[in-house]
Design a protein around this ligand. Structure first.
Ligand SMILES: *Cc1c(COP(=O)(O)O)cnc(C)c1O
Length: 366
C-alpha cells in the first residue's frame, strides 16, 4: 500500500476485501473528479515528469495495480498476459539454477520452463504438489519454487506455508500462481510467498473479453527488478484491457460468491450421477473437474450435447464453460482421458444443472 503521487485512493487498512475491491484505486473524492479512473490512451507524456513514455507507466494501469495490490497485500504490476508475467519472473532465474514446479501446473507455465531448460537456461524439477515432503526435499537445491494452488486442471492443493518455510530456509524464492483462488480466497503474500502471479484474463477480469496478467510482491527490490524487466521487454498491458479488468475486479467478490455457491451445489449433484466416475473439487472456488465413467468418448459427447454450457477453453468468466482437457495433445498423460474441467459461472444453478443432467442422462441410456 504505497502512497500514490497522483493522490489515487488507497484502500484504508480496516476495509475488508469486498470494500477494497470496490473502492481501491479510484480518483480522490474532490468535486468534479470522475468516480472511475478514466481510460488514458497515451504513448507519451509531456517531458520532465516521472513517467515520460507509455511503456513506463499509465494512470489506468496504476489504478488497476493499486486495487489488485491492496487485495493481495503487496505492490502489483500489470502485464500484457498471465504468461508475460510468468516469463518476466522466470527470467530472474540465474543460468543453471533449479526451478521446482508442480507436474500439473498451467501448461503454458510448464511449457516456458521446459523451453528454457531445453536451451540450457535452467534445470526444472517437476513434483506432485500435494506431496509436501517431496516438494520440500526438491526445494533444498532450488533457486525458485513455483507453486500453483489449486492446480490447473487437476485441482491439487499445496501446503503453501510449509513449502515457503522450507524454501526460504534453503534460500529459494517462492512464487504462487493464484489464478484459481483469487486474492479473495487465498493471499499467498500473507503466507510469506515472495511473488504472487495471476492470469487476470480469468476471474479478475471475469467476462471472457480480456487478456491480461499481473503479479504482486512485498519486496521493493524485487518489485523494481520486475518492473524494469517488464518495461525493458515491453510486456506491458493494453490500456483498454487494464481498464476492463479493473471494472471486472469491482464485482469479483459478488461473482465469486455466486459462482462458488453454484459450484458447491453442482459438485453435490454431479457426485450422485451414474455417468460421473469422479468429482474433483478442492472445497473452494468455482472450478470443478469431473472424470466421466465412459472415458474420453463420453467426455467429448458431453461437451457437444449441452446448450447452456459452452465448450471453450479458459475459465473464470460469468458464463459457464467446460472442456475435455486431453483434447490438447500437450496435456500430460497423468490427467485422465475422460476429465472435463468445468468453469462454473453465475447463471441460475438449476438451469446449469438441467442442461448438464440432460446431457449426462443421454450418456447413461442403455
Ligand atoms: C490461463 C492461465 C495462465 C496464463 O494466463 P494468460 O493470461 O492466458 O497468459 C497462467 N496460469 C493459470 C493458472 C492459468 O489458468
Amino acid at each position: 500500500m504505497s502512497p500514490d503521487p497522483t493522490g489515487r485512493q488507497p484502500a484504508r487498512p480496516p476495509y475488508r476485501p469486498a470494500t477494497v475491491a470496490v473502492t481501491s484505486g479510484r480518483p480522490p473524492h474532490v468535486p468534479d473528479n470522475p468516480l472511475n479512473e478514466p481510460l488514458t490512451m497515451a504513448s507519451t507524456y509531456v517531458a520532465g515528469g516521472d513517467v515520460e513514455y507509455g511503456r513506463y507507466g499509465n494512470p489506468t494501469w496504476s489504478a488497476f495495480e493499486q486495487a489488485l495490490g491492496d487485495l493481495e497485500g503487496g505492490r502489483a504490476l500489470a502485464f500484457s498476459s498471465g504468461l508475460a508475467a510468468v516469463s518476466t519472473i522466470l527470467d530472474l532465474v540465474g543460468k543453471d539454477a533449479t526451478v521446482v514446479a508442480p507436474r500439473h501446473a498451467y501448461l503454458g507455465s510448464i511449457g516456458q520452463m521446459a523451453d528454457l531448460e531445453a536451451r540450457g537456461r535452467m534445470r526444472v524439477v517437476l513434483v506432485d504438489v500435494t506431496d509436501t515432503d517431496a516438494v520440500v526435499k526438491a526445494s533444498q537445491a532450488a533457486a525458485l519454487v513455483w507453486l500453483e494452488s489449486p492446480t490447473n486442471p487437476a485441482l491439487e492443493v499445496a501446503d503453501i506455508p510449509a513449502v515457503v518455510t522450507a524454501a526460504h530456509a534453503a534460500g529459494a524464492y517462492v512464487v504462487v500462481d493464484n489464478t484459481f483462488a483469487t486474492p479473495l480466497l487465498q493471499q499467498p503474500l500473507e503466507m510469506d510467498a515472495d511473488i504472487v502471479v495471476h492470469s487476470a484474463t480469468k476471474f479478475i477480469a471475469g467476462h471472457s473479453d480480456v487478456l491480461l496478467g499481473a503479479l504482486a510482491t512485498r519486496d521493493d527490490e524485487l518489485y523494481d527488478v520486475l518492473k524494469k524487466r517488464r518495461d525493458m521487454v515491453g510486456a506491458t498491458p493494453g490500456t483498454l484491457e487494464t481498464w476492463l479488468a479493473l471494472r471486472g475486479l469491482r464485482t469479483l467478490h459478488v461473482r465469486l460468491e455466486r459462482a462458488q455457491a453454484n459450484a458447491h451445489e453442482l459438485v453435490r449433484r454431479l457426485g450422485e450421477h451414474p455417468a460421473v466416475g469422479e468429482v474433483r473439487y478442492p472445497g473452494f472456488g468455482a472450478i470443478v473437474a469431473v472424470v466421466l465413467a465412459g472415458g474420453a468418448m463420453a467426455a467429448d459427447l458431453l461437451t457437444r450435447k449441452t446448450t447452456l454450457w459452452v465448450h471453450a477453453t479458459s475459465l473464470g468468466g460469468v458464463e459457464s464453460t467446460f472442456e475435455r482437457r486431453r483434447r490438447w495433445k500437450t496435456e500430460p498423460a497423468t490427467i485422465p482421458d475422460g476429465l472435463v474441467r468445468m468453469s462454473v459461472g453465475i447463471e441460475d444453478v438449476d438451469d446449469l444443472w438441467d442442461d448438464l443432467a440432460t446431457a449426462l442422462d443421454d450418456l447413461t441410456l442403455p
